[in-house]
Design a protein around this ligand. Structure first.
Ligand code: SF4
Length: 379
C-alpha cells in the first residue's frame, strides 16, 4: 500500500515498472463495468475542473456515439497550478491505463491528450508505443497527443467548455488509482463524504512552493503548516484558492475549514499565499493579464472587458487616475461577469471583483495619493 495515492516520488519509467507496481492495464482485467461504477458512486470522485462534475455521473450516462472523442486535458490552463507536468513525468502509464478504461466504459474510440508544447511529449509517445506493443489495442482505440501547435482546434476555454467528454489529468489519474486499488483500499484515504486525496499546488509567499497531497477531510490548519508558513504578525493578508477562480479568503477563515467539496471549492488545487506587503493592485493586474491570455476573444465582454480593466488599472497604478477610472474598472469587471459565455471566465471575473472589494482601501489610497500603498516587496 502506498502512503500517498496520487503523489509519490517514485516515477514509473517503463511498462515493466508499471506492471510491477500496478499490474496489467485495467481494461484487460475489468470487463464488468456495473460493479466498478457502483463502487465509484460511493468513492464520490469529482472532476477538478470548473464544473466539478461527478465522475460517476459522467461514466454512467450511456454514450451512443462510438466516434466521440475523450479529451484528456493536460494543458494546464490554471494560473500557478503545476500538476499536469508532474503527472506526465511521474506516471504516464497510469494516465494511459485509466484513459483507456474510461474510453471503454464510455464506448469511445478516440482519445486526444492535450498538452503544452514545452512538455515532454516523448514520455507520452514512448508510453503509447510500449502499451500498444504489449496490449495490441491500436485497432480498438486511437490515442493521439496534441499541443497548441498541431491540434485541429484552438485549445482554449471556449473549446474545452463545449466538448462532451473532457477530463482533467488529476481526475483521470485518481480514477486509475481507484480502479486498481478497489473501493476498500481507496476508502482508507479521505473521510465519509469524500474518499481519496487531492493534490495542492502551493505558491506565493511561503517557504515550500511545491505540490503536496492531502487526504480529503484534512484540516486547512494542517495544510497551511505543510506550506511551511508559520503564523506571526498577520503577515499573510489573503489566500487565493482554486487557482484564482474563488474569491480570496483569509488564513483565519480558511483555518476553520477542511479539505472537502462542501467546505471549499478547491477545484484545481491551486493555493496561493499573499504577503501583507504585496500590492493588491498589482496582484489584480496579474489576474487580469492571465484572464486576457486565456480569453479566446470570441465575445465582446470578455475580449474588450479585460483590456478595459488593464487600461483603467494601469492608470491607477501609475498615479494618473481619478475616481471615475475606479468606477470604470468595476463596471468593466461587472460587464464581464454579466456577459461572459464561459464559466471559467465568469469565475475569474468574480474573483477579480471580490479581490478589489476586499482590498478597496489599497485602491482608494492609490487614487488619493497617486502612489500604491505597497510599491516594493521586501525580500
Ligand atoms: S467568455 Fe467569450 S471571449 Fe472569453 S473565453 Fe469564453 S467565449 Fe471566449
Amino acid at each position: 500500500m502506498k502512503k500517498f495515492v496520487l503523489y509519490n516520488n517514485y516515477a514509473t519509467k517503463n511498462i515493466k515498472d508499471f506492471k510491477d507496481n500496478f499490474g496489467d492495464y485495467l481494461y484487460t482485467t475489468i470487463n464488468e463495468y456495473d460493479a466498478l461504477l457502483n463502487e465509484l458512486k460511493i468513492a464520490n470522485i469529482f472532476t477538478k475542473d470548473v464544473y466539478r462534475k461527478s465522475l460517476y455521473n459522467i461514466l454512467s450516462n450511456k454514450n451512443n456515439n462510438y466516434n466521440q472523442t475523450l479529451i484528456i486535458n493536460a494543458y494546464s490552463f490554471d494560473y500557478l497550478v503545476f500538476k499536469d507536468k508532474f503527472f506526465i513525468n511521474n506516471n504516464p502509464h497510469l494516465i494511459l491505463d485509466s484513459a483507456i478504461l474510461i474510453a471503454k466504459i464510455l464506448n469511445i474510440k478516440n482519445i486526444d491528450i492535450l498538452i503544452r508544447s514545452y512538455y515532454n511529449k516523448e514520455i507520452l509517445i514512448n508510453t503509447i508505443v510500449e502499451a500498444e506493443d504489449c496490449y495490441k489495442f491500436e485497432n480498438e482505440i486511437n490515442i493521439n497527443i496534441y499541443d497548441e501547435n498541431n491540434y485541429k482546434e484552438n485549445i482554449n476555454i471556449y473549446f474545452l467548455e463545449r466538448q462532451k467528454y473532457v477530463l482533467d489529468l488529476e481526475t483521470v489519474i485518481q480514477f486509475g488509482y481507484f480502479a486498481h486499488m478497489g473501493l476498500d483500499n481507496f476508502s482508507q484515504y479521505g473521510n465519509d463524504e469524500n474518499k481519496g486525496t487531492c493534490l495542492i499546488s502551493f505558491s506565493g509567499d511561503i517557504p515550500n512552493v511545491d505540490l503536496y497531497e492531502f487526504q480529503f477531510g484534512t484540516s486547512f490548519n494542517e495544510i497551511i503548516k505543510a506550506s511551511g508558513y508559520i503564523y506571526y504578525n498577520n503577515d499573510i493578508k489573503c489566500v487565493f484558492t482554486n487557482g484564482f477562480l474563488n474569491a480570496p479568503t483569509t488564513l483565519e477563515s480558511l483555518n476553520n475549514k477542511s479539505l472537502s467539496y462542501e467546505d471549499i471549492n478547491i477545484g484545481n488545487g491551486g493555493v496561493c499565499f499573499i504577503a501583507e506587503n504585496r500590492c493588491m493592485l498589482r496582484i489584480v493586474m496579474k489576474i487580469i493579464q492571465f484572464a486576457k491570455s486565456v480569453s479566446c476573444t470570441k465575445c465582446m465582454p470578455c475580449n474588450y472587458g479585460f483590456n478595459l480593466c488593464e487600461y483603467y488599472l494601469n492608470k491607477i497604478i501609475l498615479g494618473q487616475s481619478n475616481n471615475n477610472d475606479y468606477k470604470n474598472l468595476l463596471n468593466a469587471v461587472e460587464m464581464i461577469i454579466k456577459g461572459s459565455s464561459c464559466l471559467y471566465i465568469y469565475n475569474i471575473a468574480k474573483c477579480i471583483i471580490e479581490t478589489i472589494k476586499m482590498f478597496e482601501y489599497e485602491f482608494i489610497y492609490a487614487l488619493d495619493k497617486k502612489i500604491t500603498l505597497y510599491s516594493f516587496i521586501n525580500k
